[in-house]
Design a protein around this ligand. Sequence first.
Ligand SMILES: [Zn+2]
Length: 179
Amino acid sequence: MKLVSVDCNHCGAPLEVGETTRFVTCGYCSKRLAVQRTDSAIYTEVLDEIRQTTNQLADDMEVIKMQNQIEQLDREWAMEREGYMVRNKHGVKEPPVTGIGAVIAVLITLVAIVFMGRLFMEVAGGSSMEALVILGVAGFGILTVATAVRKGQRFQQGKQRYQTHRQRMLRDLERLKRR
Ligand SMILES: [Zn+2]
């Protein structure tokens, strides 16, 4: 077999390797070497370094992938959030009522219904048409508030889900970057 000369990439010692040899151990420093060939050159690389570079590249790819996933999550939430927005009386979009706002909305509705109930009693002598109108308005009020409160709940749940998911991804990303 024809031998070719190549230097150890670690200690610089001259080595003789077969024309098709892919791996060799340096007789001077005992490093495991990979024999690399290009069209015009032949050289060696310390094996551990190759593995490290490969691992580093894989980690970098993983980091980029995860950053993309977080951006994707942000975009998805922005779209979902848009669906929960309601227009206020000035026509400006804002998040639906949640928490204390929802409680106040329910209370106001209850007060309104009681008030209407009393009004109903007072006009009880009147036609059943008036009673029907009052009941209709009360029913519509309840439905409107219930819908708004439900929307607020779904908004809160969606936001929580998004934040939990995002935090978990950020933790994974930090762990990956520290590696
Ligand atoms: Zn060597």
